[in-house]
Design a protein around this ligand. Sequence first.
Ligand SMILES: Cc1cc2nc3c(=O)[nH]c(=O)nc-3n(C[C@H](O)[C@H](O)[C@H](O)COP(=O)(O)OP(=O)(O)OC[C@H]3O[C@@H](n4cnc5c(N)ncnc54)[C@H](O)[C@@H]3O)c2cc1C
Length: 429
Amino acid sequence: MKVNIIGAGLAGCEAAWQLAEKGIEVYLYEKKKIQKNEIQTLETFGELVCSNTFRSLSTQNAVGILKKELKLLNSFILDCAFKTQIPSDDALAVDRKAFSDLVDQKIRSHKNIKVFEEEFLDLNTQEIVLIASGPLCSQEFKMQLEKLLGKQKLFYLDASAPIIEKQSIDFSKVYYKSRYKNDNSYICIPLNEKEFSIFHNKLVNANTVNLKDFEQEIFFRGCQPIEQLAKNSKKILLKSAMSPNGLENFDGIMPYSAVQLRRDDAMDNLYNMVGFQTNIIWKEQKQIFSSLPGLENAVFRRFGVMHKNSFINSPKILNNKLQMMRKKNIFFAGQITGVEGYIESFASGLVASRGILSYINQSEFIAFPEDTILGSLISYITNPKHKKLKPMKSNMGLVKIDPIMSFNSKEEKNSYIYKNALNKIKSFI
Ligand SMILES: Cc1cc2nc3c(=O)[nH]c(=O)nc-3n(C[C@H](O)[C@H](O)[C@H](O)COP(=O)(O)OP(=O)(O)OC[C@H]3O[C@@H](n4cnc5c(N)ncnc54)[C@H](O)[C@@H]3O)c2cc1C
């Protein structure tokens, strides 16, 4: 049986290698030789389009633990990264060109992989297809994707607000309150006039990320960054993301202004700042948002971003094999599934390759345990309880932990997650 893979990026190459090693014939399609996207410069596969690091190696970090899990799972891309590693404190940095050359050479010389340097467009096929086309695909391919997805939209812009770990919020200063009904899925941060004014001033003066030329056009179409609302006027901010309307406290007193946090995950660990999509640089986001009452020690699991990024609403489209629920011969992997980051992208390629193998062999697919970093990320992006996916990096806040467990420190909790995750991956293998 043959598998077509669209895209020789990080996810596509990982999946191609894993399948080829299992004796599956892989047809790998890559169009960059004839048409590069806005950020590609190299001719070779597995191109790192921006930073040359795969982030931290520390096992106090989700992304560090994910590397340990992927090593146990024999990840191809991770192996290429270690073979081309250059010194960089606690990060896994690589020589960008040597890395891509190695991926390219190994993929092209694998006896079970046939490379086609052309754009793949036929998503109507009955053959097995893995779509690993990345976050910046061509106009024509997008049209094919939209046809395939039907009612489910393809998103082109990631406009996400910061996400905070619930445990790190000081509940003596905030309260549960939603605007329209009484439920526990919103947390309200009340501000008095002086606090609002100081906060407004910080937003107005914050430093923002320089957008790339191709990203300039996509903003200001009804989805404005919070700092832009603040610059427009205090009044606009008070009528939109920081409106106090309907957010009275238990004594019935309405604050001058309020920030709402909305529950973000099925496990109730994470909360996002409603309406706070932003381009403020990450270091300043931490300073500014931690100045809100109750967020002084907030752990930010993701900062706000606004950038061009095509992704699908995976919870409505994919199962945990990363297979389309509606069209079983089609699989997805990489940034387009809503995972975010180099390592998350190729990790999802590894998961999809296992999904494809179980489909070909008609064997049972065993999902990665949710108390591993990999399993928790895949569960997050495919959990049908999530109405609209927000692209996500691996993080400790996603990991399922037995509620009876208690820890004396963050380090102790992280060490537990690490040891437990590796044991789970070992027994999984
Ligand atoms: C501007 C930008 C900067 C980023 N910077 C970072 C960063 O610094 N660190 C980080 O961790 N993550 C970063 N990311 C996020 C993400 O990790 C990368 O985009 C990563 O490359 C995604 O891997 P992928 O395998 O999903 O897609 P890609 O690596 O983009 O690979 C997809 C491949 O598919 C090919 N392709 C697309 N359509 C077709 C088709 N129809 N037929 C044939 N070939 C096709 C493309 O040419 C491409 O080579 C960035 C994303 C963007 C958009």
